[in-house]
Design a protein around this ligand. Structure first.
Ligand SMILES: Nc1ncnc2c1ncn2[C@@H]1O[C@H](COP(=O)(O)OP(=O)(O)OP(=O)(O)O)[C@@H](O)[C@H]1O
Ligand SMILES: [Mg+2]
Length: 486
């Protein structure tokens, strides 16, 4: 069965049961009240007729009896109201009956009466010959009367139940009409309530279908705080997560594609050169005196290819935590002085001056070879992109580690170029390719991975034509991360 109908039935049942219970309670209370009112009225009639008809011997202070004439006139008056009564003496003998009203009083009732208790009977069938048999069911009050603490008489007074029931009947009809209207309203309300729930489920269903088709942009509205809203909220969180992972997958795919294209592109140039030279050698197209030079060129290019492959392998290893790092404390001023000497020739060729400002004996906590590799790459870049300029290398102890700054006043980079320098194969100036020094755009991506692996930080500031400054931070022993090398 559809959820809508199930919910409707549930709501409808609840509403109708509630209505039925309330109506029954109402009928009961009203019925009770009506009988109670009738009994009270009968009691009042009985008291006033006794007062009207009773006669005493005032001298002897004795009860003489009831005056028949007074009883008759009361009987006539009351019968207009469909009320009838009978009078009994102390000996349980009926002494008067209005309109042939002959009620029976049981022994146990007499006992109660003699103790002064009034007896109320909801429905009795006393014999009466004034009305037709349809009206014979009566409700009755039997009341004892005392004079000087002695029971002198008992009056049984009754009226037809139909008189009471007539009022009840009208009430029941009204209630039935109300019940019918309530049923209709209950149906409408239960439909609206069920519809509002299934409507929200439907919205989720439609959205789920959209997601299964690959549309992760869908959002279901969340307005309140109930369970359905929680579900909708979770659904939205799920689509957001799916959207993000989908974007990540696309990004990764794009990077993979770009990497393959870049790697192929990088390899094509040296391979084409080598192929060309080999062809030349094969067909003796290269003069004898140039052969040596050709072989040298080929060697350069194969070295470049080897370096390219090695660098890529290196990068992957660092990225996947597959390199072993032996960190220790060592004097970085010695390392940097060494590097300065190594680069002296190349810097001289470009008219650059390298200035070192490193405190003697400054200790850094890092893997020695990797530290050299990092500094080598950055200084190499600085020389590479600076003509007749100044390259400053400074180092100092800072809180929790060491800070290095390598600045040059070379060609610099635009903000757009800066954004990409950590990417593999990125070269700000694509036209430039120096096979002697490599320039495959891998250096900084490796540097970045290595610094991160040390738990350090690297940042760069640059302005075109003004220069570039790289700032590096290496944490000390206490702040370096615990390495988990695979
Ligand atoms: N000091 C610098 N001044 C200006 N541009 C720089 C500087 N350092 C790096 N760059 C730019 O960032 C790019 C990426 O540098 P990276 O070291 O990764 O590659 P590369 O030097 O071109 O090649 P590789 O280092 O792999 O031989 C460079 O091509 C260059 O455009
Ligand atoms: Mg480089």
């Amino acid at each position: 069965m559809k959820l809508l109908y199930r919910l409707m039935i549930a709501f409808f049942t609840v509403i109708i049961t509630l209505m039925a219970v309330l109506s029954l309670a109402f009928i009961n209370v009203t019925n009770e009240t009506m009988y109670r009112n009738t009994w009270n009225q009968l009691k009042t009639y009985s008291d006033s007729l006794v007062q009207d008809a009773i006669r005493y011997d005032t001298v002897n202070r004795k009860f003489r009896g009831f005056e028949n004439q007074a009883l008759l006139s009361n009987a006539a008056l009351l019968s207009n109201q469909h009320v009838h009564f009978a009078v009994f003496d102390v000996n349980q003998k009926q002494t008067f009956a209005s309109n042939g009203f002959t009620p029976q009083i049981s022994k146990s009732d007499w006992k109660k009466l003699s103790k002064g208790k009034t007896i109320y009977l909801r429905i009795t069938r006393p014999q009466i010959n004034v009305h037709n048999s349809d009206h014979s069911a009566m409700t009755e009050v039997i009341r004892p009367y005392f004079y000087r603490k002695k029971l002198i008489a008992v009056v049984s007074i009754a009226t037809f139940v139909s008189v009471v029931e007539e009022n009840m009947h009208q009430l029941k009809i009204n209630l039935a009409v109300a019940f019918l209207i309530a049923t209709l309203v209950a149906l409408i309300i239960s439909y609206i309530m069920a519809r509002s729930i299934t409507g929200r489920i439907d919205r989720l269903r439609v959205a789920t279908r959209q997601v299964s088709k690959g549309n992760y942009q869908v959002k279901v509205p969340v307005n309140g705080k109930d369970e359905m809203d929680d579900l909708a909220r979770s659904f939205n969180q799920m689509t957001t997560a799916l959207r993000e992972s989908d974007q990540e997958i696309r990004r990764q795919e794009e990077r993979r594609r770009k990497f393959l294209a870049d790697a192929a592109h990088e390899m094509r140039t040296p391979l084409t050169t080598i192929n060309g030279l080999l062809e030349g050698l094969q067909y003796d197209a290269i003069p004898e005196e140039d052969r040596k030079h050709s072989l040298e060129l080929m060697r350069n290019d194969t070295q470049r290819l080897i370096r390219l492959v090695n660098d890529n392998l290196d990068y992957e290893k660092i990225r996947t935590n597959q390199i072993s790092m032996e960190r220790k404390l060592f004097d970085c001023s010695a390392v940097l002085t060494n590097l300065k000497e190594q680069f002296a020739k190349r810097a001289g060729e470009k008219g650059d001056e390298i200035q070192l400002d490193v405190p003697e004996g400054l200790l850094v906590y890092a893997d020695y070879d990797r530290f050299v590799q990092i500094m080598f790459n950055i200084i190499q870049n600085a020389i590479q992109f600076t003509d007749n300029g100044l390259i400053k290398v400074t180092a100092r102890k800072v809180k929790h580690g060491c800070e290095f700054k390598i600045s040059d006043n070379g060609i610099g980079m635009t903000d757009e170029q800066l954004k990409n320098i950590w990417e593999r194969f990125y070269k700000a100036d694509q036209s430039r390719s120096n096979s002697q020094y490599g320039e495959s755009g891998l250096g900084l991506s490796i540097v970045h991975e290595l610094v991160t692996l040390h738990g350090g930080k690297i940042s760069v500031k640059s302005q075109p034509k003004k220069g570039t400054t790289f700032t590096l931070f290496f944490p000390d022993q206490h702040n370096a991360p615990h390495l988990n090398v695979q």
